[in-house]
Write a protein that binds this ligand. Sequence first.
Ligand SMILES: Cc1ncc(COP(=O)(O)O)c(C=O)c1O
Length: 458
Amino acid sequence: MINYEKLAALTEAESARFHKEHPRSVELAARARGSLVGGVPMPWMQRWASPVPPFAVRAQGAEVEDADGVVYLDLALGDTAAMAGHAPEPVVRAVSEQLARGSTTMLPSEAAALAGEELTRRFSLPLWQLTLTATDANRFALRLARMVTGRSRVLVHNWCYHGSVDETFATIDPNRTDGSAIRRQGNIGPAVDPAVTTRVAEINDLRGTEAALAAGDVAAILIEPALTNIGIVLPEPGYHAALRDLAHKYGALLLIDETHTISVHPNGATAAWGLEPDAFIIGKAIAGGLPGAAYGMSAELVDRIGKGIALDQIDTGGIGGTVAGNVLSAVAITSTLREVLIADAYPAMIAGTNAWADGVERVISDEGLDWSVTRLGARAEYHFRKSAPASGGEAAAAVDHALERYLHLHALNRKIILTPFHNMALFSPATPASAAARHTEAFGEAIRDLLAAGVIQK
Ligand SMILES: Cc1ncc(COP(=O)(O)O)c(C=O)c1O
C-alpha cells in the first residue's frame, strides 16, 4: 500500500531541492517556453521528473553535464540511442571527417555499402535498407509485409512499443478472445481505429497468438524478443520457437525489432536465442548517438518484394525520407559497430548491469520490499511487484507513475539519470565499474526515506 499524500510531500521536498540547485536550467526552461511548446522540442521531454528538465550542455562517455554544471552518471543513455556511450571518439572522428565532405546527395556511397556489409556480418540478414529512425524502419518493414502477403493486419504484443508506429498503439480488447485490439490509452489522433489494422496477443501466450492469427489476415508479427518498454518482460523457454512455427503455419512474416534487445548480445537476441526473423529492425544504438537505423531482410523476402514494386512509383510508395540513407548515418553505423559497440565490450557492460541489479536486489531484500528485478544483458529494470512480470498486462498493472517519479527525481538530485518512464538502467562500454555501487547507495537512501516517511511499508 502506498500513501500518496506522504509521497507527494517527499516529492515536493526533492522538487524544491532540484529547483534551488538548478537556477540556470530554470531560467532556460522559462526562455524556451517562449518558442517551444512546453519549453521542450518534443512532448515527452515535458515528463522529466524534475520541476524543469536539466538542460544539457555536454555528454561524453557515461556522463551528462547540465547548464548548472551538475555532472550526472547517465544510466539512461538516450534510452539506448547513446548505448555506445556519448560522443564515442571513433564515431566523432569518422563523422566529422565525412561531414566536411558533405552529407546528403541522393546518391549511394561506399560508406553505405560498408554499413550494409557490417550489418550483415553482425546480424546475419543478407540485405539491408537504412532509415533515420527505428520508427521508420518498423513502418517500412510493415508496409512491405502487407504488400507481399496481400494482408492488412499486424499482430503485436500487448503493451509493446516500436516507436510512433500507428498500428502498434493498441492493447488487447478485454471483451474478446480473438486478438482484437482497442486504442491504447492516450493514443493521439489515430488515422483509423487500431481495431482495423491490428491484432494483439500477450508475450508468452501462444494460445492467444494462435487465436489472433486464425482469421488469416495477419501480414506480419512485429515483436521485440523481450518486452522492454513497459518494464522488461522476458520470453519463456520455447516461446520463440513456437511463435516462429505459428508464423509459418498461418503465413505471417516475423519482424523482429532489436532496437533495445541489442543489450542481450553483440549480435542481438536473434543470435543469442536462435531466432529466425524474416526482417530484423534496429535503430538507436547502432549509429552511436546519431540518427541512423536499418532493417534487414531475408533473401526470400527481398525477392518477393522485388516482384511487387514498380520502379516509377518507388519514391511515392510510402517508403521514403530524403535525408535517410545519408552518408553520415552510414559512417556512424559502421564505426559504431566496428569500433565501439563491439563484442569485446559486452562482458564488462553485462557485468556492470548485473552488479547494478544485485545492488537493487540487495536493497529490496534488506528493506523487505515486494519488488523484483529483471535482467536483459546490459539492461536491467526493477518492478513494483513481487515476481517478474510474465506479460505486458502484468507489467502495465505494476506501473506506478507517482512512485517512479519520486525515485527518478531522488536519483537526479544524487546526480544519477535513470531512463525516463522506466525504472531501468543501461550500461555502455564507457560506463565505469563504480556506477552500480553509486546507484545502490542512492537507491538505498531513497527506499529508506520512503519507509521512514511511511510512504511504503515493509
Ligand atoms: C523497441 C523499439 N523500437 C523502436 C523504437 C523507436 O525508436 P525511434 O524513436 O528512434 O524511432 C523504440 C523507441 O523507444 C523502441 O524501444
